[in-house]
Design a protein around this ligand. Structure first.
Ligand SMILES: [Zn+2]
Length: 300
């Protein structure tokens, strides 16, 4: 292996993740609404092409195409029995693109439902679902896990613990998705930044972050400051990561459209990096051109 340990590497300079996966798949002819995660098995070459585009753009790590590869999200596409296979294949195709020099992070997204008593999911079943996903990703050769777009503290905690126990001790990054409202930054479930950060710190994650959400570009800079401040005020040095969207989405004919250019995105990423974060990437609306421009900025 030619790459340093992931937990060491993320403390040296700014570590660059990739951008969005879904929009890149759609740009290559994949039908919106179909099961993106199943492509790891069915058409790995399309997924490989997206990963390669991000590696060529300058990403230090790619995220596996497994955001929806837990049994609950897969059940909506009729593939709940393929969790392990899809995750293992997702890790393998990402590794093919990343090679031995770049890192692969196993992407774990939410179930899309709520735990009891708010919803119908039982904690032990959710824990098992995330454990199966983490095992598949680990078998496929990931360097660590990134748990993203979480909005509820109970599901976040279950996912982190499952990735830690089933993931064979690999590093775990975790992030929640915040929106800016009248009460400041909150997740959809009402969790504020200090509460999210203190929960993640107590669970011992290796990096704490935010991703997605509907903030405008400059609001992500404020969100970043809030995350860094919350970590520091707890007396910790846990690395912080930011995966902003390409600005606020506009709804056009029912589709979310992101109009932020690579240059505008990069100006915001510079400000975000200056708040003291260690890891940068892009969420919805970002593509290889956004990542390339950020990579060039980071080199200067
Ligand atoms: Zn997003």
């Amino acid at each position: 292996m030619t790459r340093p340990k992931l937990t060491d590497r993320i403390r040296r300079g700014v570590f660059l993740l990739d951008g969005a996966m879904g929009t890149q798949l759609f740009a290559r002819g994949v039908e919106p609404g179909s099961c993106n995660d199943w492509l790891n098995v069915k058409s790995p070459d399309i997924v490989l092409e997206v990963h390669r585009a991000y590696c060529d753009a300058g990403s230090d790590a790619v995220l596996t195409n497994t955001f929806g590869a837990n049994r609950y999200a897969l059940a909506r596409h009729g593939c709940a029995d393929k969790v392990f296979e899809i995750n293992k294949a997702g890790a393998q195709v990402a590794r093919r693109a990343a090679g031995e020099d770049r890192y692969v992070l196993g992407d774990i997204g939410p179930t899309g439902d709520f735990l009891e008593p708010l919803g119908g999911l039982r904690a032990d079943q959710v824990a098992d679902a995330f454990a199966v996903q983490a095992k598949g990703l680990r078998q496929g050769g990931v360097d660590g896990f990134i748990i993203e777009t979480m909005t509820a503290l109970d599901e976040l905690e279950i996912a982190i613990n499952a990735a830690k126990t089933a993931g064979g001790g690999l590093p775990v990054f975790a992030s929640m998705s915040f929106d800016k409202g009248g009460a400041g930054f909150r997740t959809m479930m009402g969790v504020d930044v200090p509460t999210a950060v203190s929960k993640m710190l107590s669970l011992g994650v290796d990096a704490i972050g935010f991703n997605c959400g509907t903030a405008a570009l400059d609001e992500y800079v404020d969100l970043s400051k809030a995350c860094v401040a919350a970590v520091r005020s707890a007396g910790k040095e846990t690395p912080v990561f930011a995966e902003p969207n390409a600005g606020k989405p506009e709804l056009v004919d029912g589709q979310a459209v992101y109009r932020v250019t690579p240059d505008e995105f990069t100006v915001a990423c510079r400000k975000i990096a200056d708040t003291g974060i260690h890891i940068l990437g892009g969420c919805c609306g970002t593509g290889p051109d956004h990542i390339r421009t950020v990579a060039q900025m980071l080199r200067h």
